[in-house]
Design a protein around this ligand. Structure first.
Ligand code: MG
Length: 374
């Protein structure tokens, strides 16, 4: 309902750089990242309420998404949201549908900013608006960059000393070398710890099958996104007893349902920006829980705003259905909301204030890249 006190009068889009806290973030196929351009969106309503969202693609070759693309798409999307009521997310999404097809990652920060403002108006945390809180402190995982077995084991030991109990190893190189990496990290962890091996889609089927055979007796271990397509991952799935996690290929609710119908996975890695924001991600979260599929909940990359959004979504997941969450503001050096939410001892707290429950220091972001106003 345009014209209400909750209608959007202004949208500002800001850019800032995020640097990785542990040197180089190395993934399969030679993908190396140590700094990324992040984009923050602020919506302001007629009554002066503000809401924030953030999108930070993991470079240009991780998903079909990149930082400049997010900003270009936001120039198309933002004007369509002027006059939209932040308490009417269905209408906000209808407006974005009418302005630009696809580009879910660029829609995500607008969706999240609306939820943040909605929560501030309602006086409720976003988690409450998304269905409630089952876990006020979330188990975290940390990704370990692809390196030598010794380097990866040392990384795991450091993080374990800080309270971390869930680890994701970046793999996707030669199968025998990857198996050595897994065994090194297994030795560095404890009996209650859980490990995921994430090839980020880099293996050919035969590499993934060879790798799975080499680690078939490794306890506490699961395979994540071994190959680039759902079909290839299914072929691997049929030849291994390791639990299977799918990530990059699960782009929307219909794909999740189809993959579940084909018994393609035991766990899904749900990233807020990949699927277009908290609204679509909530539907996928709830479907996965109903289908008996466990969840990792996170985003491609990001800082304080992304970490808060992830926390609010993950809070409504039953404990036995949630493998782990990432607080990406632990992986990066820059903090736009005073390093909130702040993890402790391997757990991520769900902010309990209204909206996202964090306060973005907008002055520290400098001048907006662009703004649109009614
Ligand atoms: Mg992954």
């Amino acid at each position: 309902m345009a014209g209400s006190s909750a209608s959007i009068e202004r949208i500002d889009v800001y850019g800032y750089e995020l640097t990785y806290a542990h040197g180089d973030y190395v993934m399969s196929s030679g993908r190396v990242v140590n700094r990324l351009e992040s984009t923050i969106v602020r919506v302001t309503t007629a009554d002066g309420t503000t809401g924030f969202g953030e999108v930070c693609p993991l470079g240009a070759t991780y998903l079909p998404a990149h930082a400049a693309g997010a900003r270009a798409a936001l120039r198309e999307l933002a004007p369509a949201l002027l006059g939209a009521d932040v308490t009417n997310l269905a209408d906000a999404h209808r407006r974005m549908d009418a302005a630009l097809r696809g580009h879910e990652y660029a829609r995500s920060p607008l969706d999240v900013a609306c939820w943040d403002a909605f929560g501030r108006i309602a006086g409720l945390p976003v988690a409450a608006l998304l269905g409630g809180v089952l876990q006020p402190a979330l188990p975290l995982y940390v990704a370990i960059p692809l390196g030598t077995p010794d380097e990866m084991a040392a990384f795991a030991r450091r993080e374990r000393a800080a309270g971390m109990r869930r680890f994701q190893l970046k793999l996707g190189a030669a199968p025998a070398d990857d198996a050595a990496r897994v065994r090194a990290v297994l030795d560095a962890t404890g009996p209650g710890d859980e490990i995921t091996g994430d090839a980020n889609g880099a293996w050919r089927r035969q590499d993934a099958i060879a790798f799975a055979n080499l680690v078939k007796d490794v306890p506490r271990f699961r395979l994540e996104q071994p190959c680039p397509t759902l079909e290839e991952c299914l072929a691997v799935r049929h030849r291994t007893n390791l639990p299977m996690v799918l990530d990059e290929v699960i782009t929307d609710l219909p794909t999740l349902v189809r993959a579940a119908g084909e018994e393609a996975m035991d766990q899904v890695n749900l990233k807020v920006s990949r699927v277009g924001g908290l609204g679509p991600a909530r539907a996928m979260r709830d479907a996965a829980v109903a289908l008996g599929i466990r969840l990792m909940i996170e985003d491609s990359w990001g800082g304080d705003v992304v970490s808060a959004a992830v926390a609010h979504l993950a809070a409504g997941t039953p404990a036995d259905a949630l493998f782990a969450v990432s607080f990406m503001n632990d992986w990066t050096n820059e903090h736009v909301a005073g390093y909130a939410p702040r993890s402790r001892d391997g757990l991520g707290p769900v902010p309990d204030g209204p909206g996202l429950g964090i306060e973005v220091d907008v002055d520290a972001l400098g001048e907006p890249l662009f703004s649109v106003a009614a």
